[in-house]
Write a protein that binds this ligand. Structure first.
Ligand SMILES: Nc1ncnc2c1ncn2[C@@H]1O[C@H](COP(=O)(O)OP(=O)(O)OP(=O)(O)O)[C@@H](O)[C@H]1O
Ligand SMILES: [Mg+2]
Length: 318
C-alpha cells in the first residue's frame, strides 16, 4: 500500500466572472470547488491507476466531511488528524473578458509539532506499507526541525519515502535523502539559490542522485522531465496538449512514479506513464481520470530519450 501525507490541504474555488469590476457588485456565472493539497491529488491519481492507497495528514475539522466525501467518492481510504478550524482556501477569480486570474488566499488551521507524531502513529498502524509520499507545504506552526525528524521517523519504519515540496522543506528533504524527490525547475533553482538552465538543473539533479536519493525527477512543465537514477538519466518529452489548467501536473507525475516503482515496472515505462499523467492533468481542470484508456492517446505521443550519465550531452534537451 502507498500512503500519501498532506500536511496542508486546501480547498480551491475557481469562480468565473464575465468581467471582474472592482468597487462594484460582481455576479458569478460559474463556480467549481475542488478539494486539494498535493498528497490528496497524488492519492486520487494513484487510485485511478489501480493502486491501493491511504490518504493521511492534517485536516481542519470544519472541512473534514467535505474531504471525506470527496475521497470516499473515489474509493480512497483516508485517516486524517483533525485540528480546530478550516483548511486554507484559495479563490481564483477568472475574468472571462480578459482571461486574467486574481487569487485570494485565506489562511487555514494552525498546527504544532506534536501533530506530526499523531500522523506518524497513523502511518505506523498500517500494515503492508511500501511507500510513503509526503507532499506539499507545511501549515503554520510546524517547525522545519520537526518536519525533518518526521521524515527521518518515516524512514526508520523501513518503508520507502518520497517527498515533493519546495523552499526550506525541500532543503530538509534533501538532507534526509528520501528514495524519490520530484522538484520542478524553479523549486530546484530556489534550493540551489541560483538561476539555472534546464541542463544545469539536470546536472545538479544528477549529482543529487548519487547522494543516497535513488530517483531524482526534475520536472520542467511543457519541456518534459528528467528521470535520474544513480546518474543514469532519461529525458522524457510530452506531446502537445491544449492546456486547460496546469494544477496538479506534478502531483499526477508523482503518483505515476510511485505506481511504477511499487509495481517494479522498468524505469523507462514509468517515466513515460508519469509524463502521460502530467499531460492528462494539464488537459483538464482537475486531476485524475487516469484510467488506462484515458491515457492511451497521451502515452503514444510521449518521447523517451536515453541520456545515460552524460546529462551535459548537448542534444539532450530541447
Ligand atoms: N504545458 C504542458 N504540456 C504538456 N505537458 C505538460 C505541460 N505542463 C506540464 N506537463 C506535464 O506534467 C509534468 C509535470 O509538470 P510540472 O513540471 O509543471 O510540475 P509541477 O510544477 O510540479 O506541477 P504542480 O506542483 O503544480 O503539480 C511535466 O513533466 C509534463 O510531462
Ligand atoms: Mg510540483
Amino acid at each position: 500500500m502507498i500512503v500519501t501525507v498532506t500536511l496542508n490541504p486546501a480547498k480551491d474555488q475557481t469562480v468565473q466572472l464575465e468581467t471582474l469590476n472592482v468597487n462594484a457588485v460582481n455576479g458569478v456565472s460559474h463556480v467549481v470547488e475542488t478539494m486539494g493539497g498535493k498528497g490528496i491529488n497524488v492519492a486520487r491519481v494513484l487510485a485511478d491507476l489501480g493502486a491501493e492507497v491511504l490518504a493521511t495528514g492534517l485536516m481542519g475539522e470544519k472541512d473534514q466531511s467535505l474531504f471525506q466525501d470527496y475521497l470516499g467518492q473515489h474509493q480512497i481510504r483516508n485517516r486524517f488528524v483533525t485540528l480546530e478550524g478550516s483548511v486554507r482556501s484559495n479563490i481564483k477569480l477568472v475574468d472571462r473578458s480578459t482571461e486574467e486570474v486574481t487569487d485570494i488566499n485565506f489562511p487555514g488551521f494552525q498546527a504544532c509539532d506534536e501533530n506530526l507524531d499523531s500522523v506518524l502513529n497513523i502511518i505506523r498502524a498500517q500494515s503492508d506499507v511500501s511507500f510513503v509520499a509526503v507532499c506539499g507545504s507545511l501549515p503554520p506552526g510546524i517547525s522545519m526541525q520537526a518536519y525533518e525528524q518526521f521524515l527521518l521517523a518515516i524512514q526508520a519504519l523501513g518503508v520507502s519515502l518520497a517527498v515533493d515540496t519546495s523552499g526550506k522543506a525541500l532543503g530538509a528533504a534533501i538532507r534526509v535523502k528520501p528514495d524519490l524527490i520530484k522538484p520542478n525547475l524553479s523549486e530546484l533553482s530556489d534550493w540551489a539559490e541560483r538561476v539555472m538552465s534546464q541542463e544545469q538543473a539536470a546536472e545538479l539533479a544528477s549529482e543529487l542522485s548519487e547522494t543516497g536519493i535513488n530517483d531524482v525527477v526534475l520536472s520542467c512543465g511543457a519541456e518534459g522531465a528528467w528521470f535520474i537514477h544513480h546518474r543514469q538519466a532519461l529525458k522524457v518529452l510530452p506531446g502537445k496538449v491544449k492546456v486547460i489548467s496546469t494544477v496538479g501536473a506534478g502531483d499526477s507525475m508523482m503518483a505515476a512514479c510511485l505506481y511504477g516503482i511499487t509495481r517494479a515496472l522498468p524505469r523507462k515505462d514509468w517515466a513515460k506513464l508519469a509524463t502521460a499523467c502530467g499531460m492528462k492533468a494539464v488537459s483538464q481542470s482537475g486531476v485524475g481520470e487516469c484510467s488506462e484508456e484515458a491515457l492511451t492517446e497521451y502515452l503514444a505521443s510521449v518521447e523517451v530519450r536515453e541520456v545515460g550519465n552524460k546529462v551535459k550531452f548537448s542534444g539532450a534537451a530541447r
